[in-house]
Design a protein around this ligand. Structure first.
Ligand code: MYR
Length: 285
């Protein structure tokens, strides 16, 4: 049975119990506040959003250094035969490409297989949890990659932000030319397409935007139960109300509430709300 170590980055926002239970190794991205870079895992999310609110210069983010990735892979190589390293979309961060480059540098020591989740946050976390579960059951890398690709087929995330300028400032909003000029007045539903964040539909209010996300979800849930997460950037109450509403509308789906931490919060801004889902197949059930 191959000994496969599972690595992800901190933007999966898996909780410490999950990391421990499934033996998942996490490499943090950083937030840069007042020119000081710190791993986002050193921040409590609520404190971070408060700091962001009060900060004169808005924080930025950075990917893990190649050196830190290499150290982790080398340490894991002492026990593991192979490593799978699952990261946030390569269309919004250089983390995946860095992992690929480091993997190539150390290929004589250990084989590191990098997987581009093409998404982020708990949606990425679902790939990680599935890989970890399969690794613990002795599946090989080919079977794990095949399962992750199957999950990707039905994985979707739609979200709204309070202020689009965070995404625009960080250069993470693609295909938004049509929104320029009306940025302040609309609440577009956003989604991931081809690894990038793009506007899905222009809506005028948050209420209408959430209703649209709900209808997209229910359309899909009508075909079979979904595994889903409501995601919030320091907006637990709104998130929980939305989760409850969705759960009542689709009792057979499993819908949890999860937070968006400092790195993703820097780019979406406080009070962003999203919904990520996929249809569980075999190991991802
Ligand atoms: C870096 O500095 O490399 C990190 C860049 C992170 C960009 C995050 C953009 C927002 C992602 C939204 C995820 C929505 C949840 C499904």
């Amino acid at each position: 049975m191959p000994n496969i170590a599972v690595v992800t980055d901190s933007t999966s926002y898996l909780n410490p119990e999950e990391l421990k239970q499934w033996n998942i190794h996490e490499i943090p991205l950083n937030v840069v506040v007042n020119e000081e870079a710190m791993p986002e895992t050193d921040w409590d999310a609520a404190t971070y959003f408060q700091t962001m609110r009060n900060s004169e210069t808005l924080p930025t983010t950075s990917q893990p250094s190649p050196g830190k990735m290499e150290d982790l892979y080398r340490e894991l190589a002492r026990e593991a035969d192979e490593i799978i390293s699952i990261h946030l979309s390569s269309g919004i961060s250089g983390t995946h490409q860095t992992a690929v480059a480091v993997a190539d540098d150390i290929k004589d020591t250990v084989r590191v297989h990098c997987y581009d989740s093409e998404i982020s946050a708990r949606a990425q976390g679902y790939f990680v949890l599935t890989a970890a579960r399969m690794a613990s059951e002795g599946y090989d890398m080919a079977a794990i990659f095949a399962e992750l690709d199957k999950i990707k087929e039905t994985m979707r995330a739609y979200f709204i932000v309070e202020d689009l300028r965070h995404l625009q400032r960080g250069g993470r909003l693609s295909g938004a030319q049509a929104l320029v000029g009306s940025m302040m007045r609309i609440k577009p539903v956003l989604e991931f397409t081809d690894k990038k964040i793009v506007p899905y539909e222009k809506v005028r209010t948050s209420k209408k935007a959430l209703a649209r996300i709900q209808s997209l979800f229910l359309e899909e849930a009508a075909k079979g139960p979904l595994e889903a997460s409501v995601l919030h950037a320091n907006a637990e109450e709104t998130g929980e109300a939305f989760r409850k509403q969705l759960q009542e509308a689709s009792p057979e789906s499993r819908i949890i509430l999860e937070h968006l931490g400092p790195v993703i919060g820097t780019h979406l801004g406080e009070n962003a709300i999203g919904l990520a889902w996929y249809r569980p197949e075999t190991f991802s059930k």
